[in-house]
Design a protein around this ligand. Sequence first.
Ligand code: ADP
Length: 182
Amino acid sequence: MTATITLVQGDITRQSADAIVNAANSSLLGGGGVDGAIHRRGGPEILAECRALRASLPHSRLRSSGGTPIGRGLPTGQAVATTAGRLDARWVIHTVGPVHQASGGDPALLASCYREALRVADELGARTVAFPAISTGVYRWPMDDAARIAVETVRDTPTAVEEVRFVLFDDRAYEAFVRQLG
Ligand code: ADP
């Protein structure tokens, strides 16, 4: 089975879903964009669980997009789940998108975010999952290409999740996803 894809324009922190996906960074300690909004509205419980999760991850050579070593962290393309705090959801699934550099970005890693988030959703038993357009903000992935990878990956990933809802913040993102759904 694959999920039915729906599109909504709006703020992902206002959505009601079994799981809400966070475009996190490797540190799992919060950031801007979707990440900041989820922690602001979801409350401190989510960050507390992120800290505990982070402590259980192995030390790595990961660096932040600014080049600072982050010590322990979640590698790009992987996903982990926490409680959703005060959000109208049971879980937040945190995944780390790849940064798009002048030289490009690795599309396999962006696809991996969607696949891994769905794998975690299946482990949890989530039936509705809300996704932002991962990597298209601070991580600068071009919107049309990111929308194509997101839609193709969800269409190609077997899952028991019934609805994947892309929650697009602005017209530009919403229209890019509409074009992909054809
Ligand atoms: P990344 O670091 O993976 O690029 P960002 O959070 O910076 O993640 O941005 C990812 C996308 O989410 C961007 O298109 C951005 O406009 C959008 N976005 C930012 N805030 C929200 C929100 N509250 N709800 C939904 N989408 C959001």
